[in-house]
Design a binder for this molecule. Sequence first.
Ligand SMILES: *[C@@H]1O[C@H](CO)[C@@H](O)[C@H](O)[C@H]1NC(C)=O
Ligand SMILES: *[C@@H]1O[C@H](CO)[C@@H](O)[C@H](O)[C@H]1NC(C)=O
Length: 290
Amino acid sequence: MLPCPTGPRLLPLLPLLALAGAVNLTGLCESEMNAVKDLLQVSCEGKGLSSVPQGLPPDTGLLLLASNCLARVSMASFQHLKNLTELDLSNNSLVALQTGAPLPCLQQLALSHNALERLPALEGLPGLVRLALGHNALSQLPEGAFRGLATLQELELQGNRLRRLPPGAFQGLAKLKDLDLSDNLLEELPGKLLAGLAGLEILRLERNQLRALPRGFFPRDLILIYAYLEGNPWLCDCQLEYLRDWIVENELSIYTRQPGETKEITENDPESVRCQAPPKEKGGPVMLFQ
Ligand SMILES: *[C@@H]1O[C@H](CO)[C@@H](O)[C@H](O)[C@H]1NC(C)=O
Ligand SMILES: *[C@@H]1O[C@H](CO)[C@@H](O)[C@H](O)[C@H]1NC(C)=O
């Protein structure tokens, strides 16, 4: 892996990279057929790139640009790649992503581990299925932020700085299956947050600052397969009876997850959701408080 150029090293490195990008890709990016996905995969990971290389093969299907030094990227740089299905821009130093240029085939967009403070306008991505925005610096989401993404199934927002959400944050995501809001700073959630998310199967809310959930938060017809709720400072008073009863009713859907040696370990554990207050309930499972 090439580190990002810093300080005085920036100057001598830049012309070299520009040249490599403009002239050819040999030695910079590797391209091969991805047999599983039956698409041309072009890998330019960890090359210290500070701009999108030019001369990418026009039939690129998967483009891996993770772990470079890209700070500002325009989707227009990929517009000529008509078969582009997956784009990985994770672990760069992205502060801005300019969208608008249509990428009709794009299904997966990975923007995790960057420095985005604002959600980019999500335009021109009518076929997006997975959007990964984990571990950025997002502190708010606008109402209807994802409205243009009618086919989205997986939305990763974990590890940001979200404290509150507008009631219509996830409006229009009728196909959404997996919503990850873990490891944020969420203190409360709007009562209608999940309204319209008829296909939701997995909801991850662990390690936030939630003390309660509004009555009716889980729509009656919603059947979650996995709900992650641990690591919040639940306040076990009469307001939390709603969550207690929901947990009792949905005991088999309450899970915890931990990093394992090779992959994450997920376990059914309804008692993992614990009271933080009042003192007499502290540490006890939410599902059992009186
Ligand atoms: C992120 O990118 C840096 C280079 O910019 C690299 O050293 C580091 O290993 C990458 N981290 C991951 C998790 O890939
Ligand atoms: C790119 O897309 C075109 C049109 O859909 C298709 O004919 C072609 O085979 C694709 N190329 C690759 C490498 O997938």
